[in-house]
Design a protein around this ligand. Structure first.
Ligand code: ZN
Length: 368
């Protein structure tokens, strides 16, 4: 079987899933990222933060190291780890093939004793999603919101009655499985289970969110990039507002002064400047949207391997503030996609008024 002259081990090896290859290489792995970089040795993407230096593409076949700007596929990564270069010399390919064969991702070399069955077919296995690691950050993400997010709300990928309903709701809005995996990987939304008790602020008109089918929950960030509030979305057709903020019970902050933000959006809020890995003079591109489905549809397609990822902010009444605008680097390019109605016009005007002196601000028609 190993002597089949038409057999091309590259075809099999290049189909191995990147997360599994990363695991087999013994590198540390996050949701869609890993490290340290076998080329430049970087351990984190940004100074003082824990994110791994290398991002994976959403199809989990490609990768890109932010500190050294190297990118490639699974074979390049294995070459880099085994040979110290992402491209093998002619005489080194057998060594690379042996590694893939030993992992059962391709057939071994003719005459060499390796297990016969390549395990490439297994790659359809749903990728493991490790929720974003907020536990390390808890020391600075203090408070009830983070506790609730971490310990009561569940990742979209965890099977439950509520997550089933949430996935159905997303599917009906055109979100494909790959999209949803990306959303779960980036921890852009979580699920509020049916049988848990909600804190006194996670209520609407006195009733807990999960008793009124507000099962999809989104983090909301303050002008320092801290998760400081939440947004809950109704996933049934029953009456009541489609999306709500905590009800302000006691001193709890409500919806004002918080925005939804994807990874790069959070980073901008945290630091107020372009990340150190941002190459060239390209401006930061930002899209500001209104409503959870729009937020997910924009943020859910930003890949962790993007060299110049799009920052996505989701806003609602009172969300955008001067303090938040002040975190947007000068010269950024902002596209506002709020609804074309009175409220949407008002939000757009607020964003424009706070940024148009320092940035290019455009408003475009919503796709819907
Ligand atoms: Zn690197």
């Amino acid at each position: 079987m190993n002597h089949d002259p038409n057999y091309n081990w590259f075809d099999d090896a290049s189909k191995a899933s990147l997360p599994e290859v990363v695991e087999a290489l013994g590198l540390k792995q996050g949701r869609q990222s890993f490290g340290p970089c076998p080329s430049c040795g970087a351990e984190t993407r940004e100074k003082g933060r824990t994110r791994h230096p290398i991002g994976m593409t959403t199809d989990r076949q490609g990768w890109h190291c932010f500190p050294c700007d190297l990118s490639g596929n699974v074979i390049n990564l294995v070459c880099l780890c085994l040979l110290g270069s992402s491209k093998a010399q002619k005489e080194q390919w057998n060594q690379v093939r042996r590694w893939f064969a030993a992992q059962q991702w391709c057939r071994g070399l003719p005459g060499e004793n390796t297990q016969a069955t390549p395990r490439v077919l297994k790659r359809k296995r749903p990728p493991k999603t490790t929720p974003k690691d907020y536990s390390k950050a808890l020391s600075h993400f203090k408070g009830e919101v983070q506790e609730f997010w971490l310990h009561t709300l569940e990742p979209l990928s965890r099977p439950s009655k509520a997550s089933e309903q949430a996935l159905k709701w997303l599917n009906q809005r055109g979100f494909t499985d790959q999209y949803i995996t990306n959303i779960a990987d980036h921890d852009l939304a979580r699920v509020l289970p049916h049988q848990v008790s909600c804190p006194k602020w996670a209520r609407f008109a006195g009733q807990p969110w999960n008793k009124q089918s507000y099962h999809l929950v989104f983090p909301a960030f303050n002008s320092h990039g801290e998760m400081a509030s939440l947004r809950a979305r109704k996933i049934s057709e029953s009456s009541g507002p489609k999306s709500i903020a905590p009800d302000g019970a006691g001193a709890f902050p409500t919806a004002r002064n918080f925005v939804q933000a994807n990874d790069i959006g959070q980073l901008l809020l945290e630091t107020g400047k372009k990340p150190e890995w941002w190459t060239g003079n390209l401006p930061i591109k930002i899209v500001v949207v209104e409503g959870e489905p729009d937020f997910l549809s924009w943020a859910g397609r930003v890949s962790d391997a993007d060299e110049h990822p799009l920052a996505v902010f989701g806003i609602w009444s009172g969300a955008w503030t001067d303090e938040i605008a002040a975190r947007i680097p000068e010269g950024s390019r902002i596209i506002i996609r709020t609804d074309h109605d009175k409220a949407g016009d008002r939000y757009a005007e607020k964003v424009r008024a706070t940024l148009s002196k320092r940035c290019i601000v455009l408003r475009t028609k919503n796709r819907t």
